[in-house]
Design a protein around this ligand. Structure first.
Ligand code: ZN
Length: 422
């Protein structure tokens, strides 16, 4: 593979890959050919990176067309593996891989591990799902490629995790952030922290507040917590990770083009503004993606990272575009409110946003819980502080209500935050 030294090198690879992908899908996928014909674009129209804007979008629903092999762009004999993610509605999404796709995935996953400083002296406890899920297979292959010792424990089972952490002296654990917190608490409950050698935690980039991150690091006595991104449609986990500076996620722009678009207008947002991640793969053979709408929200981070990496950065995943609300003409994502609240002392992690219409006008009420040890005498100060932060960061006025600890509903599954009664 050619060495990437400059931004121009990256752009050259992207243009070459974009041309290849459009030609490949046009020739080999009836689905994409139909979509491109309908949009009036042919492979010869792709002359510069800007021409990506001419291409039609691909959405999750399209993966249900052509079941069981949607987007398939190679003869089925060339497929050496499938993975699947659970669809929330209807059939599962099934994605196909050629042996080159698997090699590419392994190569960039190894790059992610290296960015997190993992190498031959490491022992990597992989506490994510194996099987149809992409997670286990991806972590395993990347780990072996960098020469580290893979310890494929799989998800759940705190007892087994604790045993292996001690017996194998694992230096790195890969899991979800909820699992990292549970396991960290368990380590402390058992009083075995001094027997744990974990220095590095690599977690799937789900929304996780800064206070939760601090708690996880503290429980393990670890030095680094990395966010790794992942999407089954885009091979699986591994297409991006933060570096040791932890100032954003570097993504592998030589494997895919990332556009960040306003989910409403589908036009690029300004640099640094929140938008939906739309990805186009540059070398994926079996199930290529052309402007695939991931529904994940983030923002671009401009400038060079202090670590010196040439790979561009985006912020953590800030939520889903399906969760976006439009309030008095402003796009708001629950993740933004999350971020603001997690920096404020004296409140718990639970909150609700209630949207109401009174006298033809929209009103936003943000309900937050007082901390379990909080004093109601501080309510007034906290209320003003939160309202001020929301006003300055999200540019809307909200009425803030402080309620007792435990007053808001709890769920073991994903909490509902927004109640839109307009
Ligand atoms: Zn960096």
């Amino acid at each position: 593979m050619q060495e990437i030294k400059t931004e121009q090198d990256l752009k050259d690879i992207q243009l070459e890959g974009l041309k290849w992908t459009v030609g490949h899908v046009y020739e080999n996928s009836p689905f994409y050919r139909r979509r491109l014909d309908r949009a009036g674009v042919s492979p010869s129209d792709i002359k510069s990176l800007e021409d990506i804007a001419k291409l039609p979008f691909t959405e999750a629903d399209h993966l249900r067309e052509g079941f069981p092999f949607p987007l398939l762009s190679v003869p089925v004999e060339d497929v050496v593996r499938i993975h699947s993610s659970s669809g929330t509605t209807g059939k599962r999404k099934i994605l196909t891989y050629t042996s080159k796709d698997l090699q590419d995935w392994t190569d960039f996953f190894a790059r992610a591990f290296r960015m997190a400083g993992i190498g031959p002296s490491d022992r990597v406890q992989i506490a994510v799902g194996y099987g149809l899920w992409t997670a286990g297979a991806g972590f395993q292959a990347g780990c072996e490629q960098v020469g580290a010792m893979a310890i494929p424990v799989g998800p759940g089972n705190l007892e087994l995790q604790c045993q292996f952490l001690q017996d194998m002296e694992s230096t790195c654990i890969c899991c979800t952030s909820s699992m990292a917190l549970l396991l960290g608490e368990e380590i402390n409950r058992r009083g075995i922290k001094n027997k744990i050698k974990v220095n590095t935690i690599i977690q799937g980039s789900e929304r996780c507040s800064d206070s939760m991150r601090r708690a996880i690091l503290e429980h393990f006595g670890a030095s680094h917590l990395f966010d790794i991104t992942g999407l089954t449609e885009l091979y699986g986990p591994g297409p991006g990770i933060d570096c040791k500076e932890h100032q954003g996620i570097h993504y592998w722009a030589d494997y895919y083009i990332l556009e960040i678009l306003d989910p409403d207008t589908l036009r690029p947002v300004k640099d640094g503004e929140i938008g939906e991640m739309v990805v186009t793969t540059l070398r994926k053979e079996a199930s290529p993606l052309v402007r695939y709408r991931t529904r994940d929200l983030t923002r671009r981070i401009s400038g060079q990272c202090p670590c010196g990496s040439i790979f561009p950065r985006h912020d953590r995943i800030l939520g889903r575009s399906d969760d976006m609300i439009i309030f008095r003409g402003v796009n708001i994502y629950p993740g933004q409110i999350d971020e603001i609240l997690s920096d404020i002392e004296g409140i718990s992690s639970e909150y609700n946003i209630l949207l109401e219409r009174r006298g033809g006008k929209d009103f936003m009420i943000v309900k937050v819980e007082r901390d379990s040890t909080g004093d109601p005498a501080w309510d007034e100060d906290i209320r003003n502080h939160i309202a001020k932060e929301i006003k300055s960061q999200v540019m809307v006025s909200a009425e803030v209500q402080i309620v007792d600890y435990g007053a808001l509903p709890r769920t073991e599954r994903k909490s509902r935050r927004i109640y839109d009664q307009r």
